[in-house]
Design a protein around this ligand. Sequence first.
Ligand code: 8GP
Length: 713
Amino acid sequence: MAELGYDIDDIYEQEPDPGLGNGGLGRLAACFLDSMATLAIPATGYGIRYDYGIFKQTIQKGAQVEVPEEWLTLGNPWEFERPEFTIKVCFYGKTAHRTDKQGKLKVDWIDTQDVLAMAYDTPIPGYHNGVVNNLRLWSARSSAEFELEYFNDGDYIKACEDKISSENISRVLYPSDTVSKGVELRLKQEYFFTAASMQDIVRRFKAHNTDFGTFPDKVAIQLNDTHPAVAIVELMRILLDDEDLDWDTAWDITTRTFAYTNHTMLPEALESWPVKLFGELLPRHLEIIYEINHRFMAEVTMRYPHDLDRPRRMSLIDERGARRIRMSHLCIVGSHSVNGVSRLHTELIKSDIFKDFYDFSPEKFNAKTNGITQRRWLKKSNPRLSALISENIGEGWVTDLTELKKLVPFAEDGGFLDKWREVKQANKKDLAAYIKKEKGVDVDTGSIFDVQVKRIHEYKRQLLFALYLVAEYLSIKHGTAGDFVPRTAIIAGKAAPSYTMAKLTIKLVNNIAAVINRDPAVNDKLKVFFLENYRVSLAEKIFPASDLSEQISTAGKEASGTGNMKFMLNGALTIGTLDGANIEIADEVGEENIFIFGKKAHEIQELRKSGYDPRKFLLNSPVLEEALRLIEENFFSPFEKGIFNPICDSLLLNDPFMVFADFDDYLATQKKVSAAYLDRNSWAARSVLNTANSGMFSSDRTVSEYASEIWDV
Ligand code: 8GP
């Protein structure tokens, strides 16, 4: 490339990220694929080949503006089109009931409108082990028969419209990671890729097997949240209607095949589909769901004959208001395993949203703490640190992350600590150069790189970080900051396009950054940057350069988090609440090497119950009061007066995520961080210990647990 006059990094920059997911849930799946291939587990990942993945985020006048990302227009060299595996997926129509020659009741799904699912395969190589697994993504094509009807009638335009409409199914990823809106196209997407995948799985099974009784021994299907929940019903349909099995046999096969992972407890994210919409699109599946529910309700009533409310709470159908199908209930009833993604999250689903189901079948519930692949998140993205580690403890960590424990003694080796710091410094220089290029502002690489990168959401509390930065700004202005330890705050993340409060938070951060970065009085002490279009390739630049990892969600709300693990692996120290996997990170690294603050999950619950009044906390915190007042008085919005009122009002009136309740403790803990950073050697030692103790957060460990405890593979 150099001979040809190109810089290889410029070439790499040309390639768009395949943004086929929203946030943590999708990225977790990508890490799992890498681990499954590396552990030589024969596995396929199934999903949708979206023409437009997650939008590209641009910032205009401080606000997020979404632009479609055309990642496929210049071609995608990593995939293979597999037209030979094209599958027909049916929608709409009606069911016809009849008795066959043996007098058995049979159901036909007829008069359907059909769409083709075309397979595109992306090879997933394991690490130096000769194994290549497959990621199979489905793209929607119109079915020729469907068009012909209209062509024959001479209605060319109608035929073309229908072609477009069926191909729209795989057009675009829904860009909200936490809200399930119940729109028809989304349900079509879910059934489209699920039905294609189930037919593909059954076809492969039948190529080598004849007895469906062995299906659960050969096939395990892990449902990544409820989005593919209808797979349970689709397998029942195939076994009953196509393969002629009786209900009990089909149900036994199905429940032994499926397992379900829950990724969030946020009520707005729990999927439920209006019965009417579902029944029109998938009439046969609705009948099967009714039958599953009928039998399940009978069991519940038998077990709790005197508890009349329990069947109502546990039903697959929510009867309050217009009837809806509860997809999580379908997943629990139709699976042999239900897992949370951290220890705390699992305890909470057992005691809270799925308590009735835990009472009913406790044996199904288990915890599988998330993990990340060190091949991408250390070896590939942080080559300097990888080299330093391998020089000292060998390369074993690449496939066994617990090998990093061998770094523990190096935390007391001054020469090694110097090299460790040099690596961090070089990575910070690279990120500073990127920020200079993007923002035109100089960055002090001697400052603490204090970083919060993740989707923007109220529960993740980017506002807590923003209020802290305003408070620090004020303390510098007032001259009360003392020996201020310089900081560079870096924030990045996308907001769902319809999530007003999240978008306003981005605007607030950008406006705060504009004021602070322009003020000569604070300039050598504090700078704030919102980096636009957070994505995997940007994350790979950020984690290696970070000193401090912000994991500050309201306790009980973040199911696990995985960014927290990427920071730790790259030697950042965490400031965080006892939420999700932070708790397990603290256990591994030891409390001396992490900055924990804030209310615990049960305290949050109790405070809420006893009637939380944010103003009480505000009255007791002059610093918070002044920071909030600055925002209210339009200091950061002189030309757009009042635009941040919705944020201030929400905090003052009910503060749903208890930002005020945790503010003082957060501020005090940040002061401890600054003091700790001043002792460069002990900070470096703690940084080494973070990396050294991150072994359990490899997705190799997570996937091994799924393999032995759920899939039996
Ligand atoms: C995320 C969780 O918020 C995060 O804590 C966790 O690390 C990650 O899943 C992987 O387990 N959950 C989601 O992204 C999520 O639930 N999204 C679906 C509801 C759309």
